[in-house]
Design a protein around this ligand. Structure first.
Ligand SMILES: Cc1cc2nc3c(=O)[nH]c(=O)nc-3n(C[C@H](O)[C@H](O)[C@H](O)COP(=O)(O)OP(=O)(O)OC[C@H]3O[C@@H](n4cnc5c(N)ncnc54)[C@H](O)[C@@H]3O)c2cc1C
Length: 348
């Protein structure tokens, strides 16, 4: 039962409150909804729509990270362990989604699409690196189907736009590709998973911004504001899936585990092509090599079909892109500082 007082509305107590309506909360919430269908799960999202921040398809590159093309997972071309662990984690995600598809709860065409994952590098040093990387990875069954070439004509077949108009300087170049990469629409996936929460005994409230998180004897008291006024709700368990605002909320909650976390600014410049003839000629995700001294994620990528992404990693750029400092602070991703304590599921 919902009760109203002059100062704030008390929402019905929940077993679990999920703060934030992005892919992280939606994933956990959908798992809990299936495992504990009688639990009351409440998702609180401050925006009017779900997945409007990092999980929006135009705010990330949509790569189903499988270790096929992310060179920063493998600085040492002889050590494929990190790439393999990423590939295993992604396979676990796919198993979960496949389970939901079998239950009739998810429609794969809505969010996952095949997309070749490819690397393209230039110069003798990077060519030697890529050749060694592919040799290492091919020994692992997860990567057995990787292809490799140093032939510009083959590269032009694999990704024509990357070679169009490129002068023949004789500079060595190489490409690798894996045909079974994926493109994920994390926004569509978030909405689909959230429907699972709502169709069990859960509830989704958008326009609800959490700004207080306090421990009680039996769990947590969550407070916040909505267009209707202030609200509060008690929960046995809280999951903070608030993207760039998660750090602030965890600090407010005074959980000791928050020590060691920092804000890691990750942004990108997106370029979108809407000329169908050009779009039709590009059907791969192409990851390059980061420049020396650049941030590990600053590899430029070309996404199948329509867009190109140039990740940037400086606060100034991100601030310039954001409409206000407030929005900027909410846009940044939460990452780990030099003393890592806990991993996160998705990376750019
Ligand atoms: C440039 C870029 C490229 C990327 N590329 C990829 C990629 O190719 N593949 C990949 O797997 N990942 C990629 N990522 C990472 C991926 O986008 C994120 O890891 C993921 O979307 C994070 O999801 P989330 O649910 O934690 O956060 P979000 O999607 O940001 O969701 C957090 C939600 O919490 C809400 N919120 C915030 N504060 C509050 C509050 N106080 N009360 C209530 N709600 C609140 C926000 O409005 C938001 O909806 C990329 C990220 C960036 C920045």
């Amino acid at each position: 039962m919902t009760t109203h007082t002059a100062s704030s509305t008390s929402l019905p107590a929940a077993d679990v409150v999920l703060i934030g309506g992005g892919i992280m909360s939606a994933t956990l919430g959908s798992m809990l909804a299936l495992l504990e269908p009688q639990w009351r799960i409440l998702m609180l999202e401050r925006a009017e729509d779900l997945a409007a921040e990092s999980s929006d398809p135009w705010n990330n590159a949509g790569t189903g990270h499988s270790g096929f093309c992310e060179l920063n997972y493998m600085p040492d071309p002889d050590d494929g362990s990190k790439a393999a662990s990423i590939a295993e984690q992604f396979h676990l995600c796919r198993q979960w989604w496949a389970h939901l598809v079998r239950l009739g709860l998810l429609e794969p065409n809505e969010f996952i699409h095949p997309s070749t994952h490819m690397n393209l590098v230039f110069g003798a040093e990077d060519v030697a690196y890529l050749r060694a990387r592919v040799t290492t990875l091919r020994a692992d069954p997860l990567f057995a189907d990787m292809e490799y070439t140093e032939d510009p004509e083959v590269i032009a077949e694999w990704a024509p736009l990357t070679m169009d108009g490129r002068p023949d300087t004789g500079e060595p170049m190489a490409a690798a590709r894996h045909p079974r990469g994926t493109d994920i629409d994390f926004g569509a996936l978030t909405r689909a998973l959230t429907r699972i929460i709502a169709s069990a005994s859960g509830e989704v409230r958008t326009g609800h911004e959490v700004n207080g998180l306090n421990r009680t004897g039996t769990g947590w008291q969550i407070t916040g504001a909505s267009p209707a006024g202030r609200f509060r709700v008690r929960a046995k368990t809280v999951f903070v899936g608030a993207g760039g605002f998660a750090l602030r909320l965890l600090q407010k909650a005074k959980v000791p585990e928050v020590r060691g976390y920092a804000v890691l600014p990750v942004g990108a410049a997106f370029y979108r092509c809407s000329t169908p003839a050009v779009v039709a000629r590009h059907q791969a995700k192409v990851y390059g090599q980061a420049d020396v001294g650049a941030a590990p994620r600053s590899t430029s990528r070309r996404r199948a079909g329509a867009s190109a992404l140039r990740p940037v990693s400086d606060l100034q750029h991100e601030a310039a892109q954001a409409r206000s400092t407030h929005r900027f602070l909410h846009h940044t991703a939460v990452g780990q500082s030099a003393r890592p304590r806990r991993g996160r599921c998705a990376e750019s």
